[in-house]
Design a protein around this ligand. Structure first.
Ligand code: BGP
Length: 471
């Protein structure tokens, strides 16, 4: 089976990770501009001040994407380019930049798929309490409306938020992302609710404009599986999925939070502060989602914890949390298993779990349209006789595209696939060492771009609509 003609083969980036030009043309400072300057927060102190200078080289980059045959480019807008102070006066040069980028994509027939929030928050709002402060939601709605009005004539796919679980948990539980707070479940759950409320309001606003495009949001999709069939570990699996899947997907797609989690948060006093009106808006917005974006990298293997809570281990080497850590409520822990394959950063490689997970989603949420908005392999690519031979990435993407195909065969409604990432970029905490792209960027040679083996491979996949994939 080939992929249908209206299935989008894409690739993704995010503003802070590629743009650079951190203070160019009136852009305001962001939480990440500040956070990465704190000693010890990122690998070798790397930051996105210059990144890969996509802001100034976007024409060259989009031309390379077009040469690869890319059908869609997912990128994010940096809020602080549009509103340097988060709200108030608009910076026209920021609007101009994204207009130019969008037009450049369209020149080659590349569909722009635009994320409004991929973690870089204007510093002025961070200082007011970021997503803990409900005024940030109002500012976000103003920002979203400006983007819909400025770009919505040409952008027909908007993603409101990227991966709430990551910026909320790394920001308020692991302390590894801004604002660097540790072990504060009350704040963590509050942030998730405020973001879902902002998403709901943004969708309602978008629909009022009758732009006839599609809008949704992107979640991490990290299904949990018990290490064995024992009742305790099966319980751990259910519990992990309630907190990792239901808490995130239910409010978006069903318009209400899962009872199982609510009850426990009430008992522990971690329930977010929410109003009946906010809950009603979340309910009203649920049927308005046109799609759901899934960022799939790996599943999670879990085991029931017994005994005292252990200290959490966090390292720069594993930005999403080290294997072996217990959940915040000490119910389960993640496990590295002997018989599984892992990347150099200990992320499990499991296309099979992707297929199983997609079926679980279909059973829970029905036929919502899905885009795989991120999937890819973080690696240190070998350079052999001047060529970037990223064969492991080709194998990884081959197997995950086969998984997507299998999902479609089983009735899951998937309309596109975006590899993370289009081009090598700044990994939030791992610097430039952890590569994901089809295009190599030489940091020792003026950021020169170079096509990798995977560039040619993906071009072939797109041209043949997947017929060249190895089964
Ligand atoms: C996702 C983010 C991306 C990207 C990717 C890889 O969670 O949406 O922005 O960073 O993960 O992560 P890392 O660079 O930490 O390997």
């Amino acid at each position: 089976m080939k992929f249908a003609n209206d299935f989008l083969f894409g690739a993704a980036t995010a503003s802070y990770q590629v743009e650079g030009a951190w203070d160019q043309d009136g852009k305001g400072e962001t939480n990440w501009d500040q956070f990465t300057k704190i000693p010890g927060k990122t690998f070798e102190g790397t930051n996105g001040d210059v990144a890969i200078d996509h802001y100034n080289r976007y024409k060259e980059d989009v031309a390379l994407m077009a040469e690869m045959g890319l059908e869609s480019y997912r990128f994010s807008i940096s809020w602080a380019r549009i509103f340097p102070n988060g709200r108030g006066e608009i910076n026209q040069k920021g609007i101009d930049f994204y207009n130019n980028l969008i037009d450049e994509c369209l020149k080659y027939g590349i569909v722009p798929f635009v994320t409004l929030y991929h973690w870089d928050l204007p510093l002025a709002l961070e200082k007011e309490g970021a997503w803990l402060n409900k005024n940030t939601v109002d500012a976000y709605i103003d920002y979203a409306k400006v983007c819909f009005n400025a770009f919505g004539d040409r952008v027909k796919h908007f993603i409101t938020f990227n991966e709430t679980v990551v910026f909320a948990s790394l920001g308020y539980m692991a302390g590894a992302h801004p604002p660097g707070i540790e072990n504060d479940p009350k704040k963590y759950f509050q942030v998730t609710h405020n973001v879902f409320y902002a998403h709901a309001r943004a969708i309602i606003e978008y629909k009022k404009l009758n732009q006839f495009g599609a809008i949704g949001l992107s979640h991490v999709f990290c299904p949990a599986f018990a290490v064995d069939d024992s009742p305790e570990n099966k319980f751990a699996e259910m519990h992990a999925n309630q907190y990792g899947i239901n808490w995130f997907f239910d409010p978006i797609l069903k318009g209400e939070y899962p009872e199982y989690v609510i009850k426990q948060l009430e008992e522990s006093d971690f329930l977010p502060d929410w109003t009946l009106e906010e809950l009603a808006i979340i309910k009203q917005a649920a049927p308005l989602n046109d799609f759901m974006g899934l960022n799939y990298y790996q599943p999670m293997r879990v085991e029931r914890v017994s005994g005292e809570a252990q200290e959490q281990i966090h390292s720069l080497e594993n930005s999403t949390g080290s294997l072996g850590n217990a959940s915040f409520d000490n119910v389960y822990k993640t496990v590295k298993m002997e018989d599984k394959k892992y990347t150099k950063w200990d992320w499990e490689i499991s296309p099979e779990s992707f297929v199983t997970g997609l079926e679980i989603l279909k059973d829970n949420y029905g036929q919502i349209k899905l885009y795989i908005t991120e999937n890819g392999l973080g690696d240190e690519d070998p350079i052999i006789e001047g060529e970037v031979c990223d064969i492991p990435r080709i194998n990884f993407l081959n197997d995950h595209l086969n998984a997507v195909k299998e999902g479609i065969n089983r009735g899951v409604h998937i309309k596109g696939f975006y590899s993370w990432s289009a081009i090598d970029l700044l990994s939030w905490l791992n610097g430039y060492k952890k590569q994901y792209g089809f295009i190599y960027v030489d940091h020792n040679n003026g950021l020169e771009r170079k096509k990798k083996a995977s560039f040619h491979w993906y071009k072939g996949v797109i041209e043949t609509r997947g017929a060249t994939l190895n089964r």
